[in-house]
Write a protein that binds this ligand. Structure first.
Ligand SMILES: Nc1nc2c(c(=O)[nH]1)N[C@H]1C(S)=C(S)[C@@H](COP(=O)(O)OP(=O)(O)OC[C@H]3O[C@@H](n4cnc5c(=O)[nH]c(N)nc54)[C@H](O)[C@@H]3O)O[C@H]1N2
Ligand SMILES: Nc1nc2c(c(=O)[nH]1)N[C@H]1C(S)=C(S)[C@@H](COP(=O)(O)OP(=O)(O)OC[C@H]3O[C@@H](n4cnc5c(=O)[nH]c(N)nc54)[C@H](O)[C@@H]3O)O[C@H]1N2
Ligand code: SF4
Ligand SMILES: [Mo]
Length: 682
């Protein structure tokens, strides 16, 4: 930042969530005067949420770490970057020399995908570590989306998004974009986009066990019992067959195995499903009829249907519902973005896992094992046991099921390093913390989320602040650590290593991308460039070998066995725990920021009055599950479906002291956060 006495405006994208809103930061002499929505951003058009304003608080936070820390007998001590790098690299090399490559694990958390330098350079560290023990927040979140994308469309990043700006019918299952600002769907200002659907005569329906902020703005809200969505989806698909609404439109030329779909859903009548889901049979019939008869329609399922026992099956059936009603790859339906830097690269990959986890034999996917097995891989003796861990931009002690079990496991490690801007519940177990620059201090291009964007756009934001002396970017940390662990040997490798910087790689990606842009062009357009609405791209751009979409992949049909066998008696009437988000929360961090605290941003247990007899609003109760127990304040509200309770995710008390590590999505190993049985005690 130039030290100039006149006020200046800095335009950038907010990197805190998937919405990628344009912001304008007014500053003077190094101080921020205001942070507002950038009305000239062609995508977000001025929309922001309260978190963007808090970017200045992240920058100014007294809790922010500025120098590497080492844990000593007398507490945390500041050390130089040089020493931090050397100690970390030496320790890793020593452990790997003694116990093999897999004895070191690497976990990457959510902010990794909001920083293009991290995305481009964390792979260097993975390559240098050569471990099979790679983990990330993917398997606490969207792994089912990516797995299904791979198996149906041939690439884990070939993920369709709802064409929300042109659709006539938007069916949201287990997502609350008005709080989360949208996920696996980059759509800044989602409230306005939903309103626009209604204004043009369309309909918005939300299926959720909680009457969410989004449900309140929708035309219809349908309460559903947690983890029952799979039955609703099967009944909807069945109804499309029954009501003779099958019409794949042009997708019929490249979609195969429709017969199998008809077969698997035939037993799921609306009447039978009603008992399992808590949704009236007539509501399901009407929903199916409206969906298939709408001019354009799209079904979108998010966290609520991903982090549950049938997460992968649900994401598959959502794709199927969109396809059989003629809504795949067509305007107003489920479409594929075409980002300026193409992240969907390479040939079609096989679905065959290349390795399995040591203890419970869970499959690798995209070179990662599910985070649900991390704790057991640390605590189970034997060859290949994890003895060292690097955590980058993550807080798995709070964010993974049975957090306390993982915390206990971390105590057993011989060495742990955290790359994080704060001390957190996870990094307290580390021997070293390496704090990178972040937010306003970093330049930004949204490599990850333009691939999920409901409109094709591109924007580059320079850093607002020059890096202070003795600071490092995330990418520099990865590069330096990798070079020390496994130095490049050949002249070519050395040259490449020297040449590669985030901006150079970005420029190359833009120039070779489908829109043939350059960094120079983006710099000339500080508000961003509109690349137009999404366009059809199938079957040409399919990554499957035969350029076909298999509607009924074998492994998912096998997964249906469990769905069928559990369709005998509805689940118990005990209380089921789910999570929620608040517009001023951000996973497990930013809770230290004053301006985001208070009001409705409270970590309460929301409960329906019917389930709270003899209890009072504001009362502290003990919540118990098979895993653990926490004390939490009650918030009695009719917004909750009876028999369902909800706790804010990422806050204290931590709802992941109640979730269970021993259960997971059987197909992918994805974590389960929804539908956990709990008991209350006053
Ligand atoms: N019960 C329950 N559990 C859940 C969920 C739920 O809904 N319910 N949601 C799940 C989901 S969707 C996710 S994505 C995970 C998130 O879980 P994680 O990804 O493990 O954790 P975060 O809470 O996002 O923690 C991010 C950490 O990165 C740090 N950080 C912020 N910016 C930077 C940066 O620029 N560089 C570096 N190096 N560090 C940075 C922060 O200080 C923080 O410590 O939680 C999952 N857990
Ligand atoms: N403000 C804020 N924004 C965020 C985040 C944040 O922490 N705070 N986190 C970011 C991250 S990492 C992610 S992944 C996204 C998540 O984005 P979303 O998925 O939109 O966010 P959630 O609020 O978790 O919404 C999940 C919804 O599923 C419902 N649900 C739970 N279980 C079930 C079920 O079994 N069936 C059905 N049908 N519904 C169910 C819940 O009531 C909730 O309304 O948000 C991102 N944006
Ligand atoms: S919605 Fe997300 S990207 Fe937009 S301002 Fe808020 S946190 Fe930033
Ligand atoms: Mo997430």
């Amino acid at each position: 930042m130039k030290n100039n006495s006149a006020t200046q405006k800095h335009y950038r994208s907010c990197n805190l969530c998937e919405a990628v809103c344009g912001i304008v930061v007014e500053h003077q002499e190094g101080k921020i005067i205001s942070i507002k929505g950038d009305k000239d951003d062609p995508f977000s058009k001025g929309h922001i949420c309260p978190k963007a304003v808090a970017l200045q608080d992240v920058y100014n936070s007294p809790d922010r770490l500025k120098q590497p820390l080492q844990k000593t007998k007398s507490g945390w001590e500041q050390i130089s970057w040089k020493d931090a790098y050397q100690i970390t690299a030496d320790k890793i090399k020593e452990i790997q020399a003694q116990h093999g490559k897999d004895s070191i694990a690497f976990y990457q958390g959510n902010p990794s995908v909001h920083n293009y330098g991290t995305m481009l350079f964390s792979g260097n560290l993975r390559k240098a570590l050569k471990t099979k023990n790679n983990y990330s927040a993917t398997s606490l979140d969207q792994l089912p989306h990516q797995y299904v994308a791979q198996i149906m469309f041939g690439h884990p990043l070939m993920i369709p998004v709802p064409d929300i700006d042109r659709t006539d019918y938007f069916l949201i299952i287990g997502g609350n974009p008005l709080a989360s600002n949208g996920s696996m769907m980059t759509a800044p200002g989602v409230a306005g986009r939903i309103k626009a659907i209604q204004k043009r005569g369309g309909k918005v329906v939300v299926v959720d066990p909680r009457k969410t902020e989004t449900a309140k703005k929708a035309d219809q809200h349908i309460f559903i019992k947690p983890v029952a969505d799979v039955y609703l989806l099967l009944a909807l698909i069945n109804q499309v067959f029954v009501q003779k609404g099958i019409d794949l439109k042009s997708a019929k030329n490249y979609c195969v195995n429709l017969d199998e779909i008809e077969r698997i859903c035939k037993d799921y009548s609306t009447e039978k499903v009603s008992e399992f889901t808590g949704v009236d049979s007539s509501i399901i019939t009407t929903l199916a009829s409206e969906f298939m008869n709408a001019n354009t329609a799209v079904c979108y399922g998010r966290m609520g249907v991903s982090v549950q026992e049938y997460g992968t099956i649900c994401q598959w059936l959502i794709n199927v519902l969109n396809i059989i009603t003629g809504n795949l790859d067509s305007p107003g339906g489920h479409m594929f973005p075409n980002p300026a830097v193409q992240v969907r690269r390479g040939k079609n990959r096989t679905m065959k896992p290349r390795w399995y986890s040591r203890v419970s034999k869970k499959p690798e996917f995209m070179s990662e094992l599910p985070t649900t097995v991390l704790a057991e891989e640390i605590t189970t003796e034997g060859k290949g046991k994890i003895r060292g861990l690097i955590v980058s931009a993550g807080n798995p002690v709070v964010s993974s099921p049975n957090g306390p079990k993982l915390a206990k496991a971390l105590e057993q490690l011989d060495f742990m390093a955290s790359i994080d801007i704060y001390k957190n519940e996870t990094s307290q177990y580390a021997d070293l913390i390496l704090p990178p620059l972040t937010g306003l201090e970093v330049d930004h291009y949204d490599l990850a989320f333009y691939n999920l964007s409901v409109q094709n756009v591109a924007k580059y934001s320079p850093a607002l602040y020059e890096p202070a002396p003795n600071t490092q970017f995330n990418w520099q940390i990865f590069k330096e650590l990798s070079n020390r662990i496994r130095p490049p040997k050949s002249i070519k490798a050395k040259l490449m290593n020297w040449w590669q910087t985030p901006t150079r790689l970005l420029n190359l990606g833009l120039k070779t991308g489908p829109h043939k842009l350059s960094l120079k062009q983006l710099k000339k357009n500080p508000h961003g460039i509109d690349l137009g609405p999404l366009t059809p791209m199938l079957p040409t751009n399919l990554f499957t070998k035969d350029k076909k979409v298999n509607l009924a992949p074998e492994i998912l049909l096998e997964g249906m066995e469990l769905v069928h066998s559990n369709f005998k008696k509805p689940s118990s009437a005990r209380l089921k725990l789910i999570s929620r988000r608040h517009v001023r929360s951000n996973n497990s961090w930013m809770g230290n920021i004053e301006r985001l605290k208070g009001g409705s941003n409270k970590c309460t247990l929301q409960i329906n009055p019917k389930d709270a007899e003899g209890m009072a609003d504001g009362q502290l109760v003990q919540v118990r599950s098979v895993t653990g127990s926490i004390k939490v304040t009650l918030e009695i509200t009719v917004d909750m479906m009876p028999s369902v309770v909800s706790i804010l995710h990422g806050s204290q008390p931590n709802n992941n002291e109640l979730t269970d590590l021993s259960v997971m999505d059987p197909i992918t190993g994805n974590a389960i956060f929804s539908g956990v049985e709990v008991y209350l005690k006053i």
